[in-house]
Design a protein around this ligand. Sequence first.
Ligand code: CA
Length: 225
Amino acid sequence: MRILIVEDDASLADGIAQILRAKGYTVEATDSGDDALDTAARERFELLLLDIGLPGMDGYEVLRRLRLAEHQIPVLVMTARGAVSERVHGLDLGADDYLAKPFAMDELSARVRALIRRASSQVAPRITHGPLTIDKVARRAYIGGEPLELTAREWAVLLTLLAKVEKIVSKESIINAVADWRDDLTPNAIEVYVSRLRAKLEPAGIKIRTVRGFGYMLEEFKNAA
Ligand code: CA
């Protein structure tokens, strides 16, 4: 398990690295956002611990560029900026969790463990739902083995629904999962994506139910009798 730390406070970086190494992780550290992007593009890490206040490119920009490049590495943001809006900004940019400085090392370890566990439980790269197969690594979908063309938004909505088969998913949580830093998505836009998905999936017997005033539910797939 490899962790990349991006932190310009050398003593904090050392302290974190020591704690994590003692827990059995392999740790690399850098104080530069540019460097972090290069390293993350070249090598595989299970987690990025990202300071926001960095000289030069700040942590938000590092995160924005990572996600723009569709890099899926889990990111735990560390910020001294306590304002709620700052944390929300990090989460909106695609951070998986955040820690406000100063934090206790025990809390850091617990968050790191939880994020890595969550990510490794999601590695199953193929998801199947009736005749639908999703290859998350290749970002391709198939119905009965035939490629299914999906836009990036349709793909994101479908993954959100697939994560909760037979459970109601609110429009808000779909928006949160789908929207990126560039835009404000409205519930109406989500309706459009869902209706396009339906047009593509219903011929294969895959049903997305509307739960009025709340959201949607991907129904458990049942073979036609
Ligand atoms: Ca800093």
